[in-house]
Design a protein around this ligand. Structure first.
Ligand code: SF4
Ligand code: SF4
Length: 390
């Protein structure tokens, strides 16, 4: 039985931007995209596999035009929560943003993810991002802003909090996603519900109504990583890094989040650039097999399970225990950065593969806390968050 609950469809590799840190080499010149027929077939397979959330990603999914409206409508009617990621180049005015987003909200869109940082704003005015966020708030759409930063960045989480402060302070329905999850955890504890999904059935109609009015937002900073996509840090740019053993280096969405590329190939995570070409993380192709078959096969793969249950940090610590002379760096910027070393460093990869089965056996016996949580239907279309722990 697979544990995937989130599938990102890389709907198109075309993008009006050409960011230097892009994971997928997207640009205005690339034309590869999914057809509407493909999108519907993949949505059918995702729903049949019992998965609850899709992320329409790219490239820039707004370039799909009416096909985007159609697939949001189709997926919503199949019972999927639809997340949509964009750089907001289309939000040239508040009116334009409202017109475009209203068509999607009418078809069921509840969650918008906007990329905004120094890399993206080389191509898109910051005002377009603000137009998109203002329109989302007016339409009651939850939002999340991804901010890739270095020590030299002008656009940071704090900068965006200041820019959007007035808008958010003036709207009592929008609360930070963390606050929403704290409320839900408190209620779950009070009512003895072990998961958010079970909590829903224990809420009174008044609680459901009050929670249903809330909308979440998050401004999520992520350090730029110079082995990610085409990104190269300048000499004077630095970002935080973490010692092996720090829990940040265990953050990994392998298997719980999977990615489908425009050719139908299914990748085991949404992470770093090496994951796109790594054979162990290539799970199959939706053009030749159904998603359930692909995911059930991957559920028996020790490499995937070590990533899912432990994360790269746990793998690195185990390797250092088994192979004391192992040449790992002491510090890494992200779990995907460390993961890249595990998979691509010629002196580390063979040892990783040699010991994966042993680590798999060790992790299999341990307690596995589900790392993520489904959206809570009827209450919110919240971003995935860690499961309740108390
Ligand atoms: S990072 Fe996003 S916005 Fe930038 S080129 Fe890639 S897909 Fe387009
Ligand atoms: S740590 Fe590795 S497997 Fe996990 S999301 Fe990053 S690249 Fe993918």
């Amino acid at each position: 039985m697979h544990s995937t609950y989130f599938v990102a469809l890389l709907t198109t590799l075309q993008c009006p931007l050409q960011c230097s840190h892009c994971l997928y080499d997207c640009s205005p010149h690339v034309t590869e995209r999914m057809t509407i027929g493909q999108l519907k077939r993949y949505v059918d397979q995702i729903a049949a596999a019992g998965i609850r959330i899709i992320n329409l990603s790219g490239g820039e999914p707004f370039l799909l035009g009416r096909d985007l409206d159609e697939i949001v409508d189709y997926a919503t009617k199949k019972g999927l929560g639809v997340h949509l990621i964009t750089a907001a180049h289309w939000a040239t005015s508040k009116g334009a943003a409202l017109d475009r987003l209203r068509r999607l909200a009418d078809r069921g869109l509840k969650f918008l993810i906007v990329s905004c940082d120094d890399y993206h704003q080389e191509f898109v005015p910051l005002q377009s991002v603000k137009n998109a966020i203002e329109a989302a708030v007016e339409l009651g759409i939850c939002f999340h802003i991804n901010v890739v930063f270095t020590s030299q960045s002008k656009i940071t989480k704090k900068f965006l909090e200041d820019e959007l402060g007035e808008l958010l302070e003036g709207n009592r329905h929008y609360i930070p996603a963390k606050e929403w999850h704290a409320i839900m955890r408190g209620l779950a504890e009070q009512k003895g519900a072990p998961t958010l999904v079970q909590l829903v059935s224990k809420l009174t109609p008044v609680e459901q109504r009050n929670l249903g009015r809330l909308r979440t937002y998050e401004i999520h900073p992520e350090p730029a990583c110079d082995r990610s996509g085409r990104c190269a840090l300048g000499e004077d740019e630095v970002v935080p890094d973490f010692q092996v053993g720090h829990k940040t280096l265990n953050e990994c969405n392998a298997f719980q989040f999977v990615l489908v590329r425009p050719d139908g190939s299914v990748k085991g995570c949404l992470g770093h650039i090496h994951a796109q070409t790594e054979p162990e993380l290539h799970l199959g192709n939706l053009e030749t097999e159904d998603l359930n078959t692909i995911l059930d096969r991957a559920a028996g793969n020790p490499i995937m399970k070590c990533l899912e249950w432990g994360g790269p940090g746990v793998i690195a610590e185990y390797l250092m225990e088994m192979e004391p002379s192992l040449e790992l760096k002491e510090r890494y910027r992200l779990s995907c950065d460390l993961c890249s070393d595990l998979f691509t460093n010629p002196s580390i990869r063979p040892l990783f593969f040699k010991h994966a089965a042993g680590l798999y056996e060790r992790l299999k016996g341990g307690h596995k806390e589900p790392r993520h949580q489904f959206i809570v239907e009827g209450i919110n279309q919240s971003a995935p968050e860690p499961a309740i722990q108390y």
